[in-house]
Design a protein around this ligand. Structure first.
Ligand code: 0XW
Ligand code: MG
Length: 368
């Protein structure tokens, strides 16, 4: 089998609620890129990547440039067996994991379609019926965050991420965590995410001030070392996100005893292949995982859901319903939440069929 054609689309995704994080990071409308890889057997694989500006060393504008660079490697190559072809892509273009993520996802979709199996069966098989969702709450006034938490709780959500640090006021962050905890009651999981925007001093002060209300901290500082310092000084559980992005950083986090939970984002690691390897390393460490991506719509959400249900329930903390935070939906048959959970489709591949009207005109095509 050979790859005949690549088609790249850009679709602006708008958040239902403006989404604010520390250090001025925000997303209201951001571009997602969608790639189709067509084979000479008449099958098509779909991939997606949606970087948030300023969030990671990834930017949407880099995606078309990387796809143009990789097109000669991909065209004419056998798409079945994504890791073999991705190895050639890595040799041709070093780094840029986010920009390779949509290529890797599309190759997995296509490979699973060739096999006639839902993708999760190629990734190890189902270990859970459906993956539990968390809800991410934008960093605004404490009572507004509590209102959002209450609404999500009424819809069955039992895991909550409160964004912190947008106003650089540690006491406001304490009030946020307290207000959300009061809104959801004891029991549900609550974690406060600074997205790297705090010093270890702030992380420690906030952590100590809320130590009585059962919270986990997420990525207070940029470095693994500083996050480890906060974890050890507060005694609170720690989720690492931005600072764990490859095998090496996961090993460092483990060695420094810095994490209770690792956030496995597809595009941070470089697609399904790299996220699957991260999954296996986390399982070896016996560290629980969040399976998600930076942002995105139905293709990203489907891909992360397929990988998530291959993890034993004890080690899968939750997944993000990314397509549920934004509009438009790029695929009418994309995964939709049910009872605060997501499940992958039983159709071959990712099981998503993007709507040509939503995709619009391609921004680039390669091949005939
Ligand atoms: C990547 N985000 C900004 C979007 C996801 O919903 C979660 C969040 C994070 O940083 O954890
Ligand atoms: Mg995070």
């Amino acid at each position: 089998m050979k790859i005949l054609k690549l088609t790249l689309y850009r679709v602006p995704l708008t958040s239902h609620v403006p989404y604010v994080m520390a250090d001025g990071k925000a997303c209201e409308t951001v571009d997602t890129y969608i790639l189709s890889i067509e084979s000479d057997a008449g099958l098509t694989g779909w991939g997606e990547v949606c970087p948030i500006p300023h969030y990671l060393p990834a930017y949407a504008g880099g995606v078309p440039a990387a796809v143009a660079d990789l097109a000669p490697v991909l065209l004419g190559a056998d798409p079945v067996g994504p890791e073999a072809l991705m190895a050639r892509c890595h040799a041709h273009l070093q780094g840029h994991p986010y920009a390779k993520s949509l290529v890797d996802i599309a190759l997995w979709d296509l490979t699973a379609k060739v096999a006639g199996l839902p993708l999760y069966r190629l990734l190890g098989g189902r270990q859970m019926a459906a993956a539990p969702l968390y809800h991410s709450i934008t960093c605004i006034a404490p009572e507004e965050m509590a209102r959002i938490a209450r609404e999500a709780h009424a819809q069955g959500i039992r895991q909550f991420q409160a964004k912190l640090g947008a106003d650089d006021d540690w006491q406001a962050d304490v009030a946020r965590l307290r207000a959300v905890r009061e809104a959801i009651g004891p029991g549900p999981l609550l974690y406060g995410d600074w997205n790297c925007g705090a010093t270890s001093l702030t992380g420690i002060r906030v952590g100590r001030a809320v130590a009585d209300c059962d919270v986990m901290l997420e990525q207070p500082c940029e470095s693994i070392e500083a996050c480890a310092k906060v974890r050890h000084a507060t005694g609170l559980p720690m989720k690492l996100d931005e600072s764990v992005h490859d095998q090496e950083s996961l090993l460092t986090a483990h060695r420094l005893d810095a994490m209770d939970v690792a956030c496995v984002k597809l595009s941070k690691f470089g697609g399904v292949s790299a996220a699957r390897a991260a999954r296996d390393l986390c399982l070896h460490f016996k560290v629980a995982m969040v399976l998600e991506d930076t942002w995105g719509s139905d293709i990203t959400t489907a891909a992360l859901t397929h990988l998530a249900i291959t993890i034993a329930p004890r080690y899968l903390l939750n997944v993000a319903d990314l397509s549920g935070y934004v509009h438009p939906h790029v695929a009418p048959d994309g995964p939709r939440r049910e009872a605060a959970q997501l499940k992958p489709a039983e159709r071959p591949g990712l099981g998503v069929t993007p709507d040509p009207d939503v995709l619009g005109n391609p921004v680039a095509t390669y091949g005939p």
